[in-house]
Design a protein around this ligand. Structure first.
Ligand SMILES: Cc1ncc(COP(=O)(O)O)c(C=O)c1O
Length: 373
């Protein structure tokens, strides 16, 4: 392979930016400070205290009776492991943007037969299409895999209704990629038959990147036991059994990030799943109103994300230049549209994590100023 990347020496001289990108997002100062502690061993009692605390606190926050693992890595790992753990042959993946497409590509790479239901970018997945596919296909689907919040298009899919449909097919498992939603958008996991739902720590949990959070139903755990080709690193059984026996992780975890997690999860418990949902809804509504005043929203109406606004650039502003100038002048970072197709046609504001309406307004004021709105 040709070496095209040259070393660019990291300096200690970077201006901090307030993050309004769809992750990583802002992390509280005292949560960051938690990471600066002397190391300890991952087989020490202190680790058991730390890991059992973060696992049980997260279950309490999410209000689920399902098991939960917190794995060093990121959400991407769970695309791979949930496919290996649950799918023998066939997986149904509705695609409506870049991340759901990638989920389908991962399953294909793992040698599975992937049936897609393809939606135009910006459109939401419809429960009746899932029902139709499950009813009419000659295939038996081991898994229906759905993205909750398609971060590339700002669409929030109706995973609750889709879960109710999949519940009618007891041998089909329901896997939800909630990477950019969980922690900022309420979901009743147990009520809607969600066998596996996962998130990355750097999104609405407002933690540093490096951990994947994943809940696993009893049925999904049992299903993996019957398979001989399950994931090793991301195996549900290995992680959950190790937790049951030792209260620790099967391999050495990112201890500093787990220390930060513990602190942040206490804040999340204080605010509650409902409280965070409410605050994120207010931010989403504010951003939407602002977008309608100056631009338009990209997602199909009624399916707008609660954590990432994807705004259609109806004014034809120079998105890249605006991002650059807002960064220079205000030290705030927001995102262009996803990929070359949406890069200038849309832009995205991550209103997730620890932001509130006031801090989102600071960004929209800055955009107004720079873009002359
Ligand atoms: C919906 C969705 N799924 C999966 C991923 C991949 O997550 P990670 O980069 O944390 O592995 C992302 C990342 O932005 C995402 O937005």
């Amino acid at each position: 392979m040709d070496d095209v990347t040259e070393k660019r020496e990291y300096t200690d001289d970077y201006q901090d930016k307030t993050l309004y990108i769809p992750g990583p997002t802002e992390v509280r100062e005292d949560v960051i400070e938690e990471m600066c502690q002397p190391m300890f061993g991952h087989r020490m009692d202190r680790m058991t205290d730390l890991y059992t605390t973060i696992v049980e606190d997260t279950k309490e926050f999410l209000g689920t009776d399902n098991d939960l693992m917190i794995l060093t890595g990121s959400g991407t790992e769970i695309w791979e492991s949930s496919t290996l753990n649950l799918v023998d042959e066939n997986i149904l993946v509705p695609t409506c943007g870049s991340f759901s497409e990638r989920h389908a590509n991962v399953a294909e790479r793992l040698g599975k037969n992937v049936d897609r239901i393809e939606y135009e970018w910006g459109q939401a997945i419809k429960p009746e299409d899932i029902r139709e596919a499950l009813e009419s296909s000659d295939e038996h689907y081991d898994v229906v895999a759905t993205v909750m919040n398609e971060s590339s298009t700002g669409v929030r899919n109706p995973i609750e209704e889709i879960g109710d449909v999949v519940a009618e097919y007891p041998d089909t498992y329901f896997v939800v990629d909630a990477v950019s939603a969980l922690g900022g958008d309420y979901v009743d996991i147990d009520e809607h038959n969600i066998d596996v739902i996962f998130a990355s720590s750097q999104k609405a949990f407002a933690m540093p990147p490096g951990l994947a959070i994943c809940t696993v139903s009893d049925a999904a755990y049992e299903r993996e036991l019957s398979k001989d080709s399950a994931s090793w690193y991301g195996g549900f059984q290995r992680a959950l059994d190790y937790y049951d026996r030792k209260g620790q992780t099967h391999s050495t975890p990112a201890i500093p990030i787990m220390l930060a997690y513990r602190k942040q999860m206490k804040y999340m418990l204080e605010e509650g799943h409902d409280g965070r949902d409410q605050r994120h809804r207010e931010m989403a509504e504010y951003t939407r109103d602002w977008a309608y005043e100056h631009f338009d929203m990209f997602p199909e109406e009624g399916y707008e994300s609660q954590t990432v606004a994807c705004i259609e650039n109806t004014q034809g502003i120079d998105v890249a230049a605006t991002i650059e100038e807002v960064s220079e002048k205000y030290d705030m970072a927001f995102s262009n549209g996803y990929g070359s197709a949406l890069g200038e046609k849309t832009f995205r504001i991550g209103h997730m994590g620890e932001h509130d309406v006031e801090s989102i307004k600071a960004l929209t004021d800055a955009i107004e100023d720079v873009a002359g709105l």
